[in-house]
Design a protein around this ligand. Structure first.
Ligand SMILES: N=C(N)NC[C@@H](O)CC(=O)C(=O)O
Length: 374
């Protein structure tokens, strides 16, 4: 158990990668739909068209299609403050390096996926936990805002699925403007929850605060890690984001951008509601499969994200994780989401829902067996 406590969430996910019952990472591993399969069949044509166009045009079309799908109509698409990256984590690393040149502390939502605190700490930033209930409860404490140069919020949050409402975002952005603190949003799970489809960029642009948003196309569709992380900033973020971006990337692949555009257009043509129904159905499958087990419940009843937390009573999530591994089944123990106090996650597992229903059924049957014997 000791060695397990030392590894991070992505290392747990790496252990799961080659299992047919990998329910660990939040990446999309469900089957392609028929219309998505037709897009993949059309890749040679996508390649030829992307190669023949100016990279900027390909990116504009991809940006408009993806962010338009998700209601982000005031996104500064086409302005020189939108940076396409190979993943949202690359975007986050670029943001962190730029922030570290200008600030020293960040109020970071707690809990959240641990590669965010790891990246921020990796560039020397100090972190102060911003508990979800404090974030959603009303204005942030002045003392917290006076102690940091950035407030970093994941919305919808991972793994809880909690969404910052439009009203809350407006108030938070106003506080950040008043205290001249950068407001940063990681919106990687936004595609799953229509409550996160209000125009965040309108709210941010109107607030007058300095802001950064990290968008991620990688959680929605099973494109074998072909994805874009967009790093977007306010007009004057006060951070050398463009300069640090130039240290890391010239740009993202026009082919991947063209693929994102086509998947976004397919999603706008009915694919997104279908995906929401699919994830909701898998969430019901997990809850039904584990129903009636003593001390087992689900702490995020309102979540629509493509992950589900399971509370295990007094059972140790690391022990359950190890027992599941005997069945070649992998889920994610929740300690490391609680980056400021891992013990808070000692008795919770996270189950990935973007999987074939049959895999989810088989894996949760194994989980039921393991939990029944503890
Ligand atoms: N760069 C990293 N560590 N990528 C893993 C991350 O995408 C997984 C994730 O976000 C989730 O499983 O919820």
């Amino acid at each position: 158990m000791q060695e397990l406590q030392a590894i991070n969430l992505t290392e747990f996910e790496c252990l799961a990668l080659n299992s047919p019952l990998n329910l660990a990472d939040g990446h999309a591993r469900q089957a392609l739909t028929a219309s998505q399969a037709r897009i993949i069949d059309d890749l040679p044509n996508l390649f030829a068209k992307a190669a023949a166009r100016a990279p900027e045009e390909v990116e504009l079309d991809a940006c408009r299609a993806y962010l338009g799908l998700l209601g982000q109509h005031s996104h500064p698409v086409g302005e020189s403050r939108v940076f396409a990256c190979y993943s949202s984590s690359v975007a986050m690393e670029i943001f962190a390096r730029a922030l570290a040149q200008k600030g020293d502390a960040v109020a970071l939502i707690h809990p959240t996926f641990d590669n965010i605190p790891d990246i921020l700490r990796g560039v020397g930033l100090n972190l102060l936990p911003l508990e979800e209930d404090v974030l959603h409860g009303g204005d942030l404490p002045r003392a917290l805002l006076d102690a940091v140069s950035c407030v970093f919020v994941t919305t919808p949050n991972n793994p809880t699925g909690r969404v910052v409402t439009e009203e809350r975002l407006r108030a938070l952005a106003a506080q950040c403007a008043e205290h001249d603190v950068v407001l940063t949003l990681d919106t990687s799970f936004r595609g799953f929850d229509t409550r996160a489809h209000f125009d965040h960029y309108r709210v941010l642009e109107d607030s007058g605060c300095r802001w950064v948003v990290i968008e991620d196309t990688g959680k929605l569709w099973p494109t074998l890690e072909l994805k874009i992380g967009w790093l977007v900033t306010s007009a004057e973020p006060g951070l050398p984001v463009a300069k640090v971006y130039s240290d890391i990337l010239l740009g993202a692949s026009p082919l991947v951008l063209a693929l994102v555009q086509r998947f976004a257009e397919d999603a706008a043509d009915g694919g997104l509601p279908d995906l929401h129904r699919f994830i909701a159905g898998n969430r019901v499958l997990v809850r039904r499969s584990l129903a009636g087990l003593p001390d087992v419940d689900f702490p995020d009843p309102g979540s629509r994200a493509s992950v589900e937390r399971v509370r295990l009573g007094r059972r140790s999530s690391l022990e359950v994780w190890s027992a599941l591994r005997e069945h070649n089944v992998y889920m994610l123990p929740c300690q490391k989401f609680h980056w400021a106090d891992p013990s808070e996650g000692d008795h919770m597992l996270r189950v990935a829902l973007a999987r074939p229903a049959a895999s989810l059924d088989e894996a949760t049957r194994a989980l039921r067996l393991v939990l029944s014997s503890r």
